[in-house]
Design a protein around this ligand. Structure first.
Ligand code: TRP
Length: 324
């Protein structure tokens, strides 16, 4: 069996540095490895599981698609598509839901967090989120999923569903594993929790200018005793430092321990490196977003290729479940 890779990012806004380091870098690495067939989707269907704005979604899902192309996901090497273009995935999700208990879904930390965040939107769609994600993966019989570590509980659900479907109906779904990258957990600029689109002040956008990046990095809270414990914003700073300027960070760390570190020097060296890293992305993005026809064509062709694979799985699944 071929090694298939599937990943998606929720289309709830433009991509930020956390998505880039946690997911996109891994997606590109696998795309460029000839042992794998890679499928990358913009998870727009998932975006309706929490309150959203119709116009925002309409443009947002396309923007994320353009972000994918600009970051180096290549339609010649990967199948790139919008999740909602493949309605069969939703159909598969319904069939898979027949082997999942309500209690199992209610106990997921990701579900509980969202209910806390949106207490008035505790919907069936939200409860079904992990099943739809399992369907995304199993529809392509993917065995590897490059996502951040926060998605591990969802992958566990996908593995359980795969096992149950294999045992009950004789399917041959692989149990999907997570492909981890160095930046699998990027902390928030606020020093609390992870970098997230839904927490303002927590993230750097991939389209942020040099000045914006500098301003955001300078605002990372580091008011701590020199040589003290590395927690909160300081931890964020050192973590980003290790990714973008590893050698200098070793020196900055020594300075910190000696009590001679000037935080602004560290921060400015870091923001400069981040801005430099994002430059090719930003240049490519300006170019691609002007070419509407190209983007339309890639979206259409990606959906056509993805559909061929999904239809096969759907047919097999229906037939094994007694629906043909
Ligand atoms: N839940 C993922 C996230 O929030 C997005 C996602 C949806 C996904 N379907 C997927 C990721 C399938 C990997 C595979 O980031």
């Amino acid at each position: 069996m071929i090694n298939r890779v599937l990943a998606g990012i929720r289309a709830t806004g433009r991509l930020h540095l956390g998505n880039y380091l946690g997911a996109i870098k891994g997606m590109i690495e696998l795309q460029n490895n000839s042992e794998y067939e890679t499928l990358y989707m913009v998870a727009d269907t998932h975006a309706i599981t929490t309150p959203y704005n119709v116009e925002g979604l309409k443009t947002g899902r396309r923007e994320v698609f353009i972000d994918y192309l600009s970051a180096g996901l290549d339609p010649e090497k990967s199948i790139l598509f919008l999740q909602s273009d493949i309605g069969e995935q939703v159909e598969i999700a319904f069939y898979l839901s027949s082997v999942v208990s309500i209690a199992r879904m209610q106990h997921l930390p990701t579900y509980k967090d969202k209910v806390t965040q949106y207490p008035n939107s505790n919907t069936m769609a939200l409860l079904n989120y992990p099943i739809l994600m399992a369907a995304d993966i199993l529809a392509y019989k993917a065995s590897l999923v490059p996502v951040g570590v926060d998605q591990e509980p969802h992958l566990e659900v996908a593995r359980e569903i795969a096992r149950k479907m294999n045992q009950t109906y004789g399917m041959d779904f692989p149990e999907p594993k997570r492909f981890a990258t160095q930046g699998e957990y990027i902390p928030s600029l606020t020093g609390e929790g992870k970098m997230s689109k839904t927490v303002s002040g927590s993230y750097i956008n991939l389209t942020d200018s040099k000045e914006e990046i500098q301003k955001k990095v300078r605002s990372i809270p580091t008011a701590t005793e020199a040589g003290g414990e590395i927690t909160g914003g300081l931890k964020t700073l050192f973590m980003l430092g290790r990714i973008f300027i590893p050698d200098e960070t070793i020196r900055f760390k020594e300075d910190f321990m000696n009590g001679t570190l000037r935080f602004v020097d560290f921060k400015d060296a870091l923001s400069e490196a981040i801005a430099k890293d994002l430059e090719p992305f930003q240049e490519k993005r300006a170019q691609i977003s002007r070419d509407t026809e190209y983007v339309d064509r890639v979206i259409k062709e990606g959906a056509e290729k993805a559909r061929v694979i999904v239809k096969k799985t759907l047919h097999e699944l229906k037939s094994k479940m007694g629906l043909t």
